[in-house]
Design a protein around this ligand. Structure first.
Ligand code: FDA
Length: 390
């Protein structure tokens, strides 16, 4: 079987489907090749099944990349409001959960159905169960799958990153990029729980305890909840800082972000008969408060505790340093940081500078969003940029 198209899109996930729909509606003949039995599998499980489809405040500052300016152009030309307008045109009910994060009221399936309806509108063909065996570049691109051979003058890589391999995610995009001569920034798990060992291992006893904190790694801070797990640390604040964390770095936690600097010294003055444990229990879950007090070796009432011990304790509670010994890896990472180098791509069209006709969009690119709808917004915006350039 041999067919010809204006563009072949590898991967029927968020970026691939949106790109196909938009290019198709601009009159291009497009084919999507997806290896799974059905498209948009990550969309279906996203946002706990409700798909956090965008973040209303998404801007370049919410993304990591070797080139922090790269995402600006695409993000400015296809905004969260644009995607929201599309969602509303399909009467999909939505709500803002927190921090600008927009979710479906119903189910993530509505987003996949919407993308497939948009593909149909543009006569874009989506073929599932098409495992790509090889790609050849001559005058045009030829893609060989187990069922046939397809060729087109443009090829769009939208096969995502390797996070959650049990869902079929692979590093296929990186292998193909290298084959075609494009550099890849070392991929690493991001938005991923951190594991604790050594002295910190004791904190694993707090498994299940959550608290609102401020977490910091590499000078980047997030004020959200942290969750202690049987392997270490998780929860939104930790997932966020995990993208900035590198092996050997500490993660610094402020357990009392709302407390004035000298709160223990002030408490000693006001209520010298009180003890630190009961005071801390007023601000933090009991098990966490007890563990921290134990680690600080604070006992007895405040009136009998030297100021220097109280000062040291309050400072440590504001900047508690953990030394994670790793992450839970790609198996648990919501996204992959790193990827196909932005230096290889035009920020306007996502076309490879050295391989005309080749485009890379979505998570395969070295652009990684924060937790909270930012990664889908990058998928939509990068897909729109490539579709408009075809
Ligand atoms: P995506 O992974 O969506 O699609 C790639 C497609 O390519 C897949 O369908 C895959 O099967 C296919 N493929 C791979 N190799 C292939 C090959 N060799 N041949 C053919 N096809 C191939 N983000 C967000 O903004 N809000 C959220 O709520 C969530 N929630 C969330 C939950 C969980 C559990 C995960 C793992 C991730 C999220 N994310 C998220 C992240 C988000 O899902 C992710 O960033 C986007 O899906 C990336 O879109 P892409 O289209 O680039 O890749």
């Amino acid at each position: 079987m041999s067919d010809s198209y204006d563009a072949i899109i590898l991967g029927g996930g968020a970026a691939g489907l949106f790109c196909a729909a938009r290019a198709g509606q601009r009159g291009k003949r497009v084919l999507v090749l997806e290896k799974s039995e059905k498209p948009g599998k990550k969309i279906l499980i996203s946002g706990g099944g409700r798909c956090n489809f965008t973040n209303i405040g998404a801007g370049p500052a919410n993304y990591l990349s070797a080139n922090p300016h790269f995402a600006k152009s695409a993000l400015a030309r296809y905004t969260p409001r644009d995607f929201l307008e599309l969602v509303e045109s399909y009467s999909i009910a939505w709500h803002e959960k927190t921090l600008g994060q927009l979710f479906c009221d119903g189910s993530a399936e509505q987003v996949v159905d919407m993308l497939l309806a948009e593909c149909a509108k543009g006569d874009a063909i989506v073929k599932c169960a098409e495992e790509i065996q090889s790609v050849d570049k001559a005058d045009s691109f030829t893609v060989i799958t187990q069922t046939g051979s397809y060729s087109a003058p443009a090829l769009i890589m939208a096969t995502g990153g390797p996070s959650i391999p049990k869902m079929g995610a692979t590093g296929f995009a990186y292998d193909l990029a290298r084959q075609l001569g494009l550099k890849v920034v070392e991929p690493r798990p991001a938005l991923v729980p951190l594991t604790l060992g050594g002295e910190d291992v004791l904190f694993r006893e707090l498994s299940g305890v959550a608290a609102p904190i401020v977490a910091e790694a590499n000078k980047t801070r997030f004020a959200e909840a942290a969750l202690f797990t049987h392997r270490g640390l998780s929860g939104p604040a930790i997932l966020q800082v995990s993208s900035y964390w590198r092996h050997g770095d500490p993660v610094v936690i402020d357990f009392l972000p709302e407390a004035p600097t000298d709160w223990l010294l002030e408490a000693k003055r006001d209520t010298p008969q009180a003890n630190a444990r009961s005071l801390l229990r007023e601000h933090l879950p009991q098990r966490l408060a007890d563990t921290l007090i134990h680690r600080l070796a604070l006992s007895g009432d405040l009136g009998n505790t030297p100021d220097k011990n109280l000062r040291a304790a309050q400072d440590r509670l504001k900047r508690w340093s953990f030394h994670p010994n790793g992450t839970e890896g790609f198996a648990k990472a919501e996204v992959t940081a790193g990827g196909i180098s932005t230096a290889e791509l035009s920020s306007k069209s996502l076309e490879a500078k050295r391989v005309p006709g080749l485009y890379v969009i979505g998570e395969a690119v070295d652009v990684t969003g924060w937790l909270g709808g930012y990664n889908f917004q990058w998928a939509w915006a990068s897909a729109a940029a490539a579709a408009d350039a075809l």
